[in-house]
Structures are given as structure tokens and as C-alpha cells.
Design a protein around this ligand. Structure first.
Ligand code: VG1
Ligand code: CO
Length: 546
């Protein structure tokens, strides 16, 4: 195609567009406005993609606007001079599968279209994120540059061309650029098969073990069907809500006790299955349930740390582990017992990536239903589910037995997160400002019978490259091994979301029947006294409790 088929468009001033914890997330309608997606993509290309010889991976979670956005991004990439784009059929790629493909093909990077666990559809959210050559989310240096460029950019180039048949696997050319439309599942499923003992998992199902996997009408449907039902021999129907829909069936594709309530009812409350799991919009999160029990993500991380060496891909053991700051300290005690380092990083997967790249850690996770390892540079929902299945298969134990044995050995961290969603930006900031102003005066204070031992605003220095991140959330340590953490969400798209993380290490014999909110009632009361959330926001109850 001749160069003349590239046209230049003027882009209006969209104001500051700073990517949050995981890329730029905005209401879908905003993304659909003329030049919005185009100018932000142009900023990504400008700041992260060389004009010659680049290979990109491209795909998304199937939400509304993913397909037209994929077609536009292909035209923009061609005009920029990208040599090759590898795109998932129908524009689908889970976030961990995209991360794997970048690494597998030694690509320059990848563009992922998703707003993760946020609702989709025309009235929901859309998002775009850039991952670098290691397969992980671009570091702040790059995302800051993209934000500056997107704010000042007034002109971009795009190829004039027809849509490509995204539903067909095959090779195409768009201008001088090669486009390979591939099966979104195959390479990822092969990677999983190289890590896990699928024979043992198969035997588990043959022996009558039952499970439900809730794909929440998001991207993991095709992946879970191939892995669980085809490769591991689980009966057809094990995967529910397995067809990706543009609006996720009108629900939040967020695998937690609130948004996956049907699964929770079936597995936890009614005890109809041995095992239950769910993943989010883009497939990087996981929720784990056993018959009559729920595995808190922080506990899941600790249990995986204790058992991962039983899985073939991790037979050499762990070199180290990491958790995000608000994640409970349960994994720290496993790391101490294994005599391996445990790193505490700010919220967001990108902070794990330099440790993973440097070979300092094998396993890492977040309290927000995120777990992963050095096999990719994103958290990985189905990988975590397969870890659990593999451990259940080789241990012959139930989820409940594994949990209770773990708590008996290491103690239990009662843990909950209270989210105050869509409060006004000013009241969210007021809560944080007021806490920051009082930080120095808190230690030594006696509240409801507990002493505040320490209080700080979490700051982190990357042990590999020395880069610094400050103001990552308020940590308040109380006597009796309790901890309160407060931070503002970086992924919300409307107003502000305050996250309050509460934990306390229990004594005695913990059981899955314990009422976590009751165990933490006193710590919750103290948190309200210290933070003044109710007074600042006018909210007496959180919107979501996990
Ligand atoms: C939330 C979670 C955080 C996670 C991030 C991206 O961020 O708390 O742990 O890394 O989402 O996950 P925030 O800033 O809203 O608390 V995902 O599944 O949206 O890529
Ligand atoms: Co996600």
C-alpha cells in the first residue's frame, strides 16, 4: 500500500490522562469519543515503540469497544511503522496470555485492552495498558512519559484501510505491517501444561472430585474450557458463564464474595462442590473456594508458598517471595520458615516485575485476588487455580484440611478489606491528608485498649534499580499483632475509592467457621476512630467487603 494512504488527524485537548495502577481506565463512552483512543495510542507508540523493527502483541478481554479499538490500533501501528503485530482471534487475549506471548516472541511489547474487574458495556469502563518486552506493565518512567505525551499531543497518523477479519486465524498485511491472527489460548495452555502435573489433576477428576469455574462471561471462558475440561478431563459444564460477552452479562467481572455470589452460594454455603474458582475480566485475578470455605487471597499466597515445590514446574523450590504492602503478613512467616527472602512492595504488579526479572522471587501476590509467579510478568488467575488443583491432587487433602493445617502450623491472619467506592474525590483526599498530618503523633497513642506501635506512609525503594515510590498508603501497627492500612484506589474511574485493610493474627485453634468480621470487630472500630472515614464521607458502611 502506498504511503499516501496514511492520513494525519488533529486531536482535541483531552486534558491530563495519567494511567493509574494498571493503565488508563475511563468510561467506555469517553474512549468512544472521536480521537480519544487514537491519540492515547499514538502517545504509547511515540513513547514506547521504536519506529522500525517493532513487534507488538495486541488483545483484550472482549468487552464493549474491544473489536473496533483493535482495528483502529492496528491502523495506527501500521502508520507508525510497526513491523509485525500478533493479535488474538476476535481481539481476545487474557492479560497473562498476552504477557506470555510478548516473552515467547521476544516482542517489543504489547497493548492490552481491558478495564480488568470494572464493569463493561457502553455504560461501563474501557481501558488500555502497555506492557514492555519483559511482558510486564510498563514502569512509571514510561507511563509518566505516555501521560505527558497524551496531554500535549495534537496530531497523529493513521492508515486508511478496511477492517481485518479478526475472527479468522491467519496472516494479513496492513500497509507494510504484518498481522498474525492467532488462537488466543494455545500457547498459554502449553505453558500451563509445562508447569503442572495434568495427569494427577486428571486422576483427581476421574476419582469424582467436583468443581465449578466461573468465568463471569469474561476472557477466561475459552482458556478454562480448554485447560480444565479438555486437557484436565473435568466434566463438560465445569466452566460456567464461559462465553465472553461485551457487557459481561451486565455484571461486574470481579471474582469476590459479592460479585461471584452464585458461585459462593453453590460451593461455600450449600457445599455442592469440592472446589470453586473464578477469574476477572482480563483473567489475571482468582478467587478460591472449597466446600464450605473461602480462601482469603493472602492465605492462598501463604499456602502456595508452603506447597509450591510439590508442583513439577517449581520442584526446585522458591528463591524468594513478595507481597504487596496491604496483603496480610501470612506469607512472611512461611518465607521465614523456608529461610528465603520476603519482599514488601507497593500495590500494583509492576513492582514485582523487577524482582521477578532479577530472579529474586519465584512467587508473589496481592490481597486483591492476585497471585502469580516467574512464568509471566502479570498475575495469573487460571495459573493459581491450577496450582490449587495440583496441590489438592498430590496431597489428597480437601481445601478445608489444607487451610486448617496451615493455620495450625503458622497461625491465622484474620483479614478483611472494606471499600468505600465512589466517594467524592475531595472527601477521599481529606481522609488521607488528615491521616498524613497526624502520622507523627499516632505512635504511643492508646485506642480502645490497644497501643499504636508505629504509623507511616509506605515508601519503597526498588532493591534492583533503586527507583523510589512514595505515599503508597498509610500503615498503622497496633499492639496484639494487628494492622490497619488505608489507601486510595488507583483503578476507580468515578470519584475516589477508599480502601481500608484490616488484619489481626489470631490465637487458639482457627477454623473455617470463624466469623472474620466478628474477629476483627475491635480493629475495625479502632480504624474508624483513627481515620474518621464516616465523618469525612458521610458513609457509615463500606460498599464492598471482601
Ligand atoms: C486494584 C488492586 C490492586 C491491583 C489493581 C490492578 O488497585 O487493589 O492490588 O494491582 O487493582 O488489578 P487499586 O489501586 O484500585 O487498589 V487488575 O485485576 O485491575 O489488573
Ligand atoms: Co484484572
Amino acid at each position: 500500500m502506498a504511503l499516501s494512504s496514511i492520513v494525519h488527524h488533529d486531536a482535541p485537548d483531552f486534558g491530563v490522562r495519567t494511567p493509574g495502577t494498571s493503565g488508563l481506565r475511563r468510561p467506555t463512552r469517553e474512549f468512544q469519543a472521536p480521537h480519544y483512543l487514537e491519540s492515547f495510542t499514538a502517545a504509547i507508540l511515540e513513547e514506547a515503540v521504536p519506529k522500525e523493527g517493532a513487534t507488538l502483541v495486541l488483545g483484550g478481554d472482549g468487552r464493549e469497544f474491544c473489536v473496533p479499538a483493535t482495528q483502529q490500533i492496528l491502523r495506527l501501528a501500521s502508520a507508525w511503522g510497526v513491523e509485525r503485530v500478533i493479535v488474538g482471534r476476535d481481539g481476545l487475549l487474557s492479560t497473562p496470555a498476552a504477557s506470555h506471548l510478548i516473552r515467547l516472541h521476544h516482542a517489543t511489547g504489547g497493548i492490552i485492552l481491558s478495564a480488568s474487574h470494572n464493569a463493561g458495556g457502553v455504560d461501563g469502563d474501557f481501558g488500555i495498558k502497555y506492557n514492555g518486552e519483559n511482558g510486564g506493565p510498563a514502569p512509571p518512567l514510561i507511563t509518566d512519559a505516555i501521560a505527558r505525551c497524551a496531554t500535549s499531543l495534537r496530531r497523529y497518523a493513521i492508515l486508511v484501510a478496511e477492517d481485518l477479519p479478526l475472527h479468522q486465524i491467519g496472516r494479513h498485511h496492513l500497509g507494510a505491517m504484518q498481522v498474525d491472527i492467532i488462537d488466543p489460548v494455545h500457547d498459554y495452555a502449553e505453558l500451563m501444561e509445562s508447569l503442572f502435573d495434568f495427569r494427577a489433576i486428571r486422576a483427581l477428576f476421574t476419582g469424582g472430585f467436583t468443581m465449578r469455574f466461573d468465568a463471569m462471561h469474561a476472557v477466561t471462558g475459552p482458556y478454562a474450557t480448554d485447560l480444565l475440561e479438555r486437557r484436565c478431563g473435568a466434566p463438560a459444564g465445569t466452566v460456567i458463564r464461559g462465553t465472553p460477552l461485551p457487557d459481561f452479562g451486565g455484571e461486574h467481572p470481579d471474582p469476590n464474595l459479592v460479585h461471584a455470589s452464585g458461585l459462593v452460594e453453590d460451593v461455600m454455603t450449600a457445599g455442592r462442590y469440592d472446589f470453586g474458582a473464578a477469574s476477572d475480566g482480563d483473567g489475571d485475578r482468582n478467587m478460591i473456594l472449597g466446600r464450605g470455605c473461602y480462601v482469603a487471597p493472602s492465605d492462598s499466597l501463604a499456602i502456595l508458598a508452603a506447597h509450591l515445590h510439590r508442583i513439577p514446574g517449581y520442584a526446585d523450590g522458591l528463591v524468594g517471595v513478595a507481597r504487596s504492602m496491604p496483603t496480610s503478613r501470612a506469607v512472611d512467616r512461611v518465607a521465614a520458615a523456608l529461610n528465603i527472602p520476603c519482599y514488601e512492595t507497593p500495590t500494583g504488579w509492576k513492582f514485582f516485575c523487577s524482582l521477578l526479572d532479577a530472579g529474586r522471587i519465584t512467587l508473589c501476590g496481592e490481597e486483591s485476588f492476585g497471585t502469580g509467579s516467574d512464568h509471566v510478568r502479570e498475575k495469573d488467575g487460571l495459573w493459581a487455580v491450577l496450582c490449587w488443583l495440583n496441590i489438592l491432587a498430590v496431597s489428597g487433602q480437601s481445601v478445608r484440611a489444607l487451610l486448617e493445617a496451615h493455620w495450625a502450623e503458622y497461625g491465622r491472619d484474620y483479614y478483611t478489606r472494606h471499600d468505600y467506592e465512589e466517594v467524592s474525590t475531595s472527601s477521599g483526599e481529606a481522609v488521607m491528608h488528615s491521616l498524613r498530618d497526624r502520622l507523627g503523633t499516632l505512635p504511643g497513642f492508646l485506642v480502645s485498649g490497644r497501643t499504636i506501635l508505629a504509623a507511616d506512609d509506605f515508601a519503597f525503594t526498588d532493591p534492583i534499580d533503586g527507583s523510589q515510590a512514595t505515599a503508597q498508603g498509610i500503615r498503622i501497627l497496633l499492639s496484639g499483632d494487628a494492622r490497619i492500612v488505608v489507601r486510595l484506589s488507583g483503578t476507580g474511574t468515578r470519584g475516589a475509592t477508599i480502601r481500608l485493610y484490616l488484619e489481626s493474627v489470631g490465637r487458639g485453634t482457627p477454623s473455617v467457621e470463624d466469623d472474620v468480621q466478628h474477629e476483627l470487630a475491635e480493629v475495625i472500630r479502632i480504624a474508624h476512630e483513627i481515620t474518621g472515614i464516616e465523618g469525612q464521607t458521610g458513609r457509615s458502611e463500606p460498599t464492598v467487603i471482601t
